[in-house]
Design a protein around this ligand. Structure first.
Ligand code: IMP
Ligand code: MG
Length: 179
């Protein structure tokens, strides 16, 4: 796809995403099979498409809640400071929770979010990330279930944006800037 000053190259197709989301959901359903009601927590905004596909595949009673943290702004560099822009609506004390993140990059966001959620004493907690860029990690944090490990490239699509654009792409692509 062509944009003003960049091109998007295909990385992960819609079909590959759907297949992986299905297998991740099966794994999660097995892990939480005995849970009375799982609270699925999506980190806005990047996880909105992933969480909507994922919950449809979960064979469990679920609740859906959202948490929004500050983002990169319009740049491709990670801001190291993480702020909570929108907190959860529900209580999670003693509840089993599944944290759904679009992509773990430096790890600062997830690290901060997990500290916050842990301080509320949930029951079992599992972290699910669609994408992981392990080579970029600055903080020691890891998702329990990862959809795809990807190289150190800036990606868009399937909920993930560049300067608020391209979230609506049904696939994931890498951004290549023209010079
Ligand atoms: P971290 O705090 O550096 O791990 O960054 C986490 C957040 O930065 C993710 O939830 C994304 O919203 C955003 N992010 C990281 N890498 C990318 C990318 O390649 N494209 C778009 N957003 C990204
Ligand atoms: Mg995000």
């Amino acid at each position: 796809m062509n944009h003003d000053n960049y091109v998007i190259d295909d990385l992960i197709s819609a079909k590959q995403i759907a297949a992986r989301v299905e297998s991740m959901a099966q794994e999660i359903s097995t892990q939480f099979a005995d849970s009375p009601q799982l609270v699925v927590i999506g980190l806005l905004r990047g996880s909105f498409m992933f969480i909507s596909d994922l919950v449809r595949e979960l064979a469990l009673p679920v609740e859906v809640d959202f948490l929004e943290t500050s983002s990169y702004g319009n740049s491709t560099e990670s801001s190291r400071e993480v702020r909570i822009l929108k907190d959860l609506r529900g209580e999670i004390e003693g509840r089993d929770i599944l944290v759904v993140e679009d992509i773990v990059d430096t790890g600062h966001t997830l690290h901060h979010v997990l500290n916050l959620l842990n301080s509320r004493n949930p029951g079992r907690m599992m972290v699910c990330a669609l994408l992981d860029k392990p080579s970029r990690r600055e903080v020691d944090v890891k998702a329990d279930i990862i959809g795809f490990e990807i190289p150190d490239k800036f990606v868009v699509g399937y909920g993930i944006d560049y300067a608020q654009r391209n979230r609506n792409l049904p696939y994931i692509g890498t951004v290549r800037f023209n010079d």
